[in-house]
Design a protein around this ligand. Sequence first.
Ligand code: MG
Length: 381
Amino acid sequence: MKPVVVLGATGSIGRQTLDVVEDLGVDVAAVAAGRGSGELLDIAGRWPGARVGVATPTEEERALCSAALGDRVIFGNEAMVELAAMPGTTVVNGIVGSAGLGASVSALAAGNRLGLANKESLVVGGEVVKGALARGGGELIPIDSEHSALFQCLLGEDAASVRRLVLPASGGPFRGMAPERLETVTVAEALAHPTWKDMGTRITVDSATLMNKGFEVIEAHHLFGFAFDAIDIVIHPQSIVHGIVEFVDGSLKAHLGEPDMRVPIRYALTHPARRPGTAAPFPFAGTTLTFEAADSEVFPCIRLAYDAGRAGGSAPTILNAADEIAVQAFLDGRIGFTSIAVVIERTLADMEVEAVGSVEDVMAVDRAARAVAAEHLGGAC
Ligand code: MG
């Protein structure tokens, strides 16, 4: 296995990637994080041969990191892009948000294998990422659990024999809740995800609104090339079935397992081989699997994501930017839970959809959409 570059090394995906890397005995070529924290310095100490990137350090962090790491460390958003292009590496992109796009494009343009946990790369810049993949000849292996599952179910299958892809969603902490009650749910309630632990706060709120699943529909569209009409969501509260492919002959292939991100991370590093992991044999006895329809009336973010995906161009970029602003405002106590979708819908309504052909185009739309979304925060409380 090739040495690994871990971007977002101090986040949930990054930490679990380092666990897997240590277990597999693979080399770490580089680690990078947004901030120059003590944790990042500890990681740098565990892998003394690794280069280190810090995207947005404070002055104090910059001085501390320089003193501790010398010329091993580089700074700025370009650091992520530079480390992602290190030749002969597998890059795990665990950066949160649209800030991860540049690194994804860089890794693929350099011909590297990209283990993609940063779903925003494909949501905000799907065409740009696919362009870099085609040009650079790299490999794109999804780490999002549903997409890793679908990727594995689709191996060896002809796309023409697929009827549809089905993305299971846990339904989040508010599954089955009355719509009126959703208006008063608290941040703490939104952060109590029923099955997936150790997720970042933004993705946990996105799971509660079901926007995360909407993003995953757009991600699946770009990864596997199926139309939006051939990608469905089903609520599956146990989070044991991670992805389902339904074929034209009525057969279904599903990928199952305990919810543990280290499984798709490991697979992205070892594909097409498999290496022993730490999961215990699956406990079938006593396990119940249930499925329910997803309700896009109660959870309008599903509808907003399908509409933006079908519109294409800059619409998914606007969707994501508005969601980042609205979720942060919710976490800060500035808007209520149901206002998240309102802010996103108003932002989409305010902006023209345009073509996006480069990382710069995407980032320009991203900045503009954040500004528009911020204006809507006041009116949405
Ligand atoms: Mg997922």
